[in-house]
Design a binder for this molecule. Structure first.
Ligand code: HEC
Ligand code: HEC
Length: 464
């Protein structure tokens, strides 16, 4: 039995290699990534032959967990005004319970009867055993159009429908020019257009930082060796291909912070809006500066935290004083979207907010206890990590699509500023809507909200 599963009841840990085993084996319980044993053409052919099955397996999981239909909240758009915000609870309930009856049960009863909705559990990567970066189709198409660079993998595709991902391309707001509003002009920033779009608005240092954030560098799946997942040899990927326009497009990879492979959780790209206010970075890493994170993304987002594999594929390590500092300065001027209804303390202005939004604010800071971690004065976060202890509600050690369900452990409190712009939610994107997050926290925190209170909380979060 793999070492990390000792101490977990039997039955756990079977099936760890699963689907990917025949083409590119990642042994389930090692620290280092092995060298490929088959020639590129054979790996590619095997991966392509399995792709349909891999995608079908993930689609089955998603359909079993979620209602992924296109049901926007009438009249509510993301900040750029082009994409509707999806509404309603999308996590499916087990038969025989309602949200209220579930919330009324004891934690032990929910665990013993296996009643925690599966959509609340960790969400596997679309191909857990292989992992790596997966870009949504709109991003792939736009980079192909502007740069003739291919971000499409031959082994897997993005797994969520467009309507549950962020607006694309998202607007860009600068702390240095609030009066300009969105400076993206509806375009996706790339190496081709950034100069034209930003000339005269940002400083020379910021411009150089931006250039580096848009320059492709080799990455685990996109590189020039035979150990890649893109058909042609690739220049790599850029920072803003996941953090598109400094926000997120829903691209994901796996946490670089955990081994073995089967235990690595999915990581939904975070927005870079407002990171000037964050004191800790990364859901688990707790790095203390944007500079540190920028430097380490070349090892982590790019190479899974594996410096051994990285060296072989040509990692680019930006120079701390000349390059990282400029990249960080550019990231540090990206603002949250404007909030016309909030006052300087981060509280709703009663003259501008609706009754329901004001009720939502009272619950947020009162009965719902949200404001104890999402503190208004510090961009609705607290610069701390918290252990929500979700595993109280389910039996750990089950394997789902090659991922072992283990406790999430402490995770950084994410900001709720501009939150309607960044579905899916939680570090792995396991929740599709804000209504899902309310049901999640209602259960996890045991705060017993009524339906009316839940609706008010959602209405409130839409104002942030
Ligand atoms: C796979 C797409 C991807 C690419 C490419 C990528 N990132 Fe990230 N980035 C992420 C994810 C996912 C996280 C969240 C990490 C976590 O929670 O541990 C993140 C987090 C960050 C953070 C911390 C944000 C916070 O919430 O505190 C910074 C800063 C950052 N990235 C900068 C960069 C830079 C600079 C580059 C290029 C060198 C880059 N990223 C490339 C996906 C990506
Ligand atoms: C004990 C601290 C704590 C409390 C209380 C709390 N949260 Fe959170 N919140 C977190 C943490 C930690 C995360 C990140 C969890 C993860 O990704 O696994 C989070 C994430 C979220 C997210 C998703 C953010 C994103 O970018 O994906 C939303 C929405 C949210 N919380 C809403 C609420 C609401 C609504 C309440 C009250 C009903 C609440 N939270 C109460 C700590 C807390």
């Amino acid at each position: 039995m793999p070492r990390f599963l000792r101490g977990i009841p039997p039955m756990a840990g079977l099936l760890l290699c699963g689907l990917a085993a025949s083409s590119d084996p990642l042994p389930p319980d090692t620290t280092y990534r092995p060298l490929p044993t088959l020639p590129f053409s054979a790996v590619k052919a095997n991966d392509e032959a399995q792709k349909r099955q891999v995608m079908q397996r993930q689609a089955n999981l998603l359909n079993q967990r979620y209602d992924l239909s296109d049901r926007p909240i009438p009249g509510v758009m993301m900040s750029g005004g082009r994409k509707p915000v999806q509404g309603g609870v999308r996590v499916k309930l087990p038969e025989s319970v309602t949200w209220d009856s579930l919330a009324a049960m004891s934690v032990d009863e929910i665990r013993q009867r296996g009643l925690l909705p599966a959509g609340f559990m960790p969400l596997p990567h679309v191909k857990q055993a292989t992992g790596g970066q997966i870009f949504p189709t709109q991003q792939i198409d736009e980079i192909q159009r502007q740069e003739a660079r291919d971000l499409r993998r031959f082994d897997v595709d993005f797994d969520l429908p467009d309507h549950v991902t962020p607006e694309f391309p998202p607007p860009i707001f600068l702390t240095t020019h609030p009066e300009l509003g969105d400076v993206s002009r509806g375009q996706l920033l790339t190496i081709k257009n950034f100069y034209e779009l930003m000339n005269g608005i940002i400083t020379p240092v910021q411009m150089e930082g931006l250039r580096l954030l848009l320059t492709p560098f080799p990455q685990e799946e996109f590189n020039q060796t035979e150990d890649r997942k893109v058909a042609a040899q690739s220049l790599g990927v850029t920072c803003l291909e996941c953090h598109s326009n400094f926000h997120t497009n829903g691209a994901f990879h796996q946490t670089p912070d955990i081994r073995p492979q089967a235990a690595r959780f999915r990581l939904d790209t975070t927005s870079l809006r407002g990171i000037f206010n964050q004191q800790i970075h990364g859901s688990k890493r707790s790095l203390r500066s944007v500079e540190d994170f920028t430097e380490f993304e070349q090892r982590t987002a790019y190479f899974n935290g594996d410096h051994v594999s990285a060296t072989r594929k040509g990692v680019n390590l930006p120079d701390r004083t000349n390059q990282v500092a400029m990249m960080a300065q550019m990231q540090n001027i990206i603002d949250f979207p404007p909030v016309p209804k909030l006052d300087p303390f981060g509280r709703l202005d009663p003259a501008k907010a609706t009754e329901q939004e004001l009720a939502g604010e009272r619950i947020f800071f009162g009965k719902g206890r949200c404001g104890e971690c999402h503190i208004a004065q510090t961009s609705f976060m607290d610069n701390n990590m918290h252990d929500l202890k979700l595993e109280r509600f389910y039996r750990i050690g089950q394997t789902v699509n090659d991922m072992v369900m283990l406790p999430d452990g402490p995770i950084k409190t994410f900001t709720l500023r501009g939150i309607k712009d960044s579905p899916p939610y939680l570090h792995d994107g396991r929740l599709m809507t804000l209504a899902d997050t309310v049901e999640f926290f209602n259960l996890v925190l045991g705060v017993r909200l009524t339906q009316q209170e839940k609706d008010a909380l959602v209405a409130y979060m839409l104002t942030l």
